[in-house]
Design a protein. Structure first.
Length: 532
């Protein structure tokens, strides 16, 4: 089955099942302002960072056959063959126990919290990734730094694994976002920590994840997407929570929390469950995708966090809703679905408000990806009423033999859409929207093609990296959705340049990716274009 529209009402209890987990509201506070987040002030960063070298760092360096620096090679060799009075057999036991140098020359980092290889060199390109610990291997969730330049001998190896999360076990962090001011955040699937701030600093030019701290959510759980906007001169951060306030096993729940963008104080919680007795009443349900323009926010209604499809009418969404950002009030809900009653609801997952700040020639309107519908929809924006016009389908997944469209990204003059099935990224002329006009070959990634980053490789080529996995669902919905890999593609030709299989190599899942440090020393947003 190609999952063009998933027709069987499966009862799937996936890894995302948090219905029976005890909810704990984390009341973290931001300990200090990060001294460097994308402003290039390395000296200021150095003065504020206390660097700790973990005891495992000695065995975390690269053990490779392709290092040109003979002095580094010599030092590495000495570390890898350190003598001991217990003999070589004992050394072998120690190396294996500490997860040191693999026989294929890769770097395998152990689970010591904050484990850092500490051998970063200028010109390398590093991304921030979320890794999912896999129960069958006993590995841990992490927010990590990894080399992603396809021209680098370190491609696919960790600079740092950070597993000292504010909670143990459970569900991993979910999505990473940079604020306009360079602060790094992660939403979380685990109700104990559904929103967190990641302290990413530079220590003498080397990126370091120093801490991860839970932020207050007002009781809202299962964080998804984040958006920042200025409304009436004030800066706000908006976070969608797919589990809402967590009551009733999260059935029918969904919310948006409005924060003061600087202090993280909660301004208000926007929540309004569906009222079946009032079909005209706007509502939020399983809030996920978010985008905004002209003080109008659009929110996608996706699926219950447990992905339990046994009761699709109650557990799966098929709508998007508008919120007036000046009043924080819901105004309208639109149904986005052309499926028959015996099929799963369409499950809108991501939305993109097309607007002039993306490209000056764009006419405002809203794009919607429907996860179970497999399609892409569009509606024009009517600024006079602050409403949307009629939605129409502009991409039919069944006709195009794709399914589970996930993300929208804009980079330069193109729009990119990732499709988890069969694992492909399509590219379109941005200014031709709402018509989807292909402007190059498809990028053939792997099952679960999802989040993307764009950057310039050391070779000078512009490339795109694709994180290929959807929630570790694997084939539980009838199609492969979790390659747990990272593939890097030439932006001009579409050629796949390099790939790394996290499942096979590190016994980890790969959940998310954003920019870390590019080859010019820019941190974060300078080389990453997200979809909001």
């Amino acid at each position: 089955m190609m999952c063009l529209r998933i027709q069987t009402r499966l009862s799937v209890q996936a890894d995302l099942d948090v219905g029976s987990t005890k909810r704990v509201v984390c009341d973290g506070t931001y300990a200090r302002q990060a001294s460097i987040h994308g402003n290039g002030n390395a000296a200021a960063a150095t003065n504020s960072v206390v660097t700790a070298t973990p005891r495992s760092a000695e065995v975390n360096g690269p053990c490779r056959n392709d290092i040109d620096d003979m002095e580094l090679l010599d030092r590495t060799a000495k570390r890898c063959r350190r003598a001991s009075i217990l003999g070589w057999a004992a050394i072998l036991i120690v190396v294996l126990a500490l997860h040191g140098c693999a026989s294929d020359g890769s770097v395998i980092v152990d689970d010591d919290p904050g484990s850092h290889n500490g051998q970063f060199s200028p010109g390398e390109t590093v991304a921030v990734v979320i890794t999912r610990g896999l129960e069958e291997f006993g590995t841990k969730h992490g927010i990590d730094l990894i080399y992603v330049d396809p021209s680098s001998p370190r491609f696919g190896t960790f600079l740092q694994r950070f597993t000292a999360l504010p909670y143990e076990g459970g569900q991993p962090p979910h999505h990473l976002y940079y604020s306009p001011w360079g602060r790094l955040y992660a939403t979380g699937l685990d109700p104990r920590c559904s929103l967190m701030e990641v302290e990413l600093l530079l220590d003498n030019g080397t990126p370091v994840i120093e801490s991860v701290e839970c932020l207050p959510t007002g009781g809202q759980v299962v964080g998804e997407n984040i958006l920042w906007r200025t409304v009436n001169g004030r800066e706000f951060m908006y976070v969608t929570f797919m589990g809402g306030n967590g009551t009733n096993n999260m059935v029918g729940q969904g919310s948006v929390v409005v924060y003061n963008a600087t202090t993280h104080d909660i301004v208000t919680v926007i929540e309004d469950p569906d009222d079946p007795d009032d079909p005209d009443d706007p509502f939020l349900k399983y809030s996920h995708g978010i985008s905004a323009y002209d003080n109008v926010m659009v929110i996608a209604s996706t699926v219950i966090p447990s992905i339990d499809l046994s009761d699709p009418i109650n557990n799966v969404g098929n709508s998007i809703s508008l919120i007036n950002m000046e009043t924080n009030q819901l105004t309208t809900t639109y149904v986005i679905d052309d499926g028959s009653p015996d099929e799963l609801p369409s499950s809108p997952i991501e939305v993109l408000f097309l607007r002039p700040e993306i490209h000056p020639d764009l006419n405002p309107g809203v794009l919607v990806n429907t996860m179970f519908g497999g399609d892409v929809w569009y509606a024009p924006y009517k600024p006079e009423q602050k409403r949307l016009g009629e939605f129409r389908k502009i991409y039919d997944g069944a006709e195009e033999h794709t399914g589970v469209p996930l993300e929208f990204y804009t980079y330069e003059d193109k729009l990119y859409i990732s499709h988890a099935v069969p694992g492909v990224i399509k590219q379109y002329d941005l200014i031709a929207l709402p018509n989807l006009v292909p402007v190059g070959p498809d990028f053939i990634a792997e099952a679960g093609a999802h989040h993307l980053v764009f950057f310039e490789a050391g070779s000078g080529k512009k490339v795109m990296a694709s994180q290929n996995n959807l929630l570790d669902l694997r084939d539980s919905l009838g199609v492969p959705l979790s390659a747990h890999s990272l593939t890097v593609h030439d932006l001009e030709s579409g050629t796949k340049l390099r790939s790394i299989d996290f499942f096979q190599k590190y016994k980890l899942g790969l959940e998310n990716i954003v920019g870390g440090l590019d080859k010019y020393g820019n941190i974060g947003e300078e080389w990453f274009s997200h979809h909001h």
